[in-house]
Design a protein around this ligand. Sequence first.
Ligand SMILES: Cc1ncc(COP(=O)(O)O)c(C=O)c1O
Length: 395
Amino acid sequence: MTAMIPGALRAANLAVPAADVIDPAAAFIASRQFDRPTLVVSRDRVTAQYDALVAGLGEARIHYAVKANPAPEIIRALVLKGARFDAASRGEIELCLSQGATGADISFGNTIKKPADIAYAHAHGITLFAADSEAEIDKLAAHAPGARVYLRVIVENSDADWPLSRKFGCARSAMLPLMDYARGAGVDVAGLSFHVGSQTRNPASWNPVLDQIAALWTAGREAGHDLRVLNLGGGFPATYEDEVMGAARYAAEVMDAVTERFGTVPYIMAEPGRGLVAEAGHIVAEVLLVSRKSADDLHRWVYLDIGMFSGLAETMGEAIRYRIQTPHDGGETGACILAGPSCDSADILYEQRPINLPTALACGDRVVIRNCGAYTSSYSSVGFNGFPPLDVVVI
Ligand SMILES: Cc1ncc(COP(=O)(O)O)c(C=O)c1O
């Protein structure tokens, strides 16, 4: 990032809404110039959101899904708040340890792990692991003796904007045999996990999923498995195009639904990623080109200096619809196709459902892509086509 003298002129151009007065990332962006796409994230907003989630989750412990935003400053701030962490890899474990977390604070939540990484985690005091197959159970038995394992269940999650089905989890029909297999391998089947699907905007969408898990929970206990860890995964939503329910109320509604079905559970964990960090950050970017393909082309094409490969991967399938602030907000708007700068024709952000942007938008205009704190910096390529990876500033 190039921080220059606060640019009053450019700041005035931004049409910053009043709410941004208490939005440190927006205020920071408005007061500076940037020479490349930059994500600005506010630690205070992350910790405030953490408090809101804690208020709603009650007894359930937060294991922050590090993959959503692995900025060391965010991990450190969450360590100081007493958070725990869901790590997907050795790299994320090392990051958490380097910022003050202990092995006891970290769960290794990927169901696909390198044996050497399991051994590394075990040697660093991590005792809580995910698995969804016999082969993964075998690895844990060999490299993390004494581990507590939560088994991940495939659930149907058609209500999520960013579903996480199929790739992870074991079919419900295969779960009891898997529990028995783990017991035979000497592995402690401590509980169950699932993911309702990322960006599940309606808390009521959890109910049918919780019904499926509760039935398995009861069956597992009846089969003699000492299930005592219930991992709710993520799914807690952020406001993008549509406003979502506040984090505390959303989490409280989910917990009411959990209590109704499970009663008292010794350890309930939730793994928010998006719902914890998305709204704490915005990306500042620039319009590179506005054009039409022919004189009678109905569509304007707007090209930004950020795209699918440099941070906005979640526009894939037009799944996540970001709000874009421009210097011309309030003026006349029209539909346009929004695209990134790279030479890959897949680098189109919104086309099936074109986005409405001001007709006055022009090359050189600064745009602010709102609520981008999750799954942007961690998805950004190192330098596809020579475009720089997303810069990150944590304030
Ligand atoms: C195991 C696990 N837990 C938690 C999360 C975070 O999900 P979300 O960002 O919806 O909160 C993910 C996301 O991929 C995940 O894979």
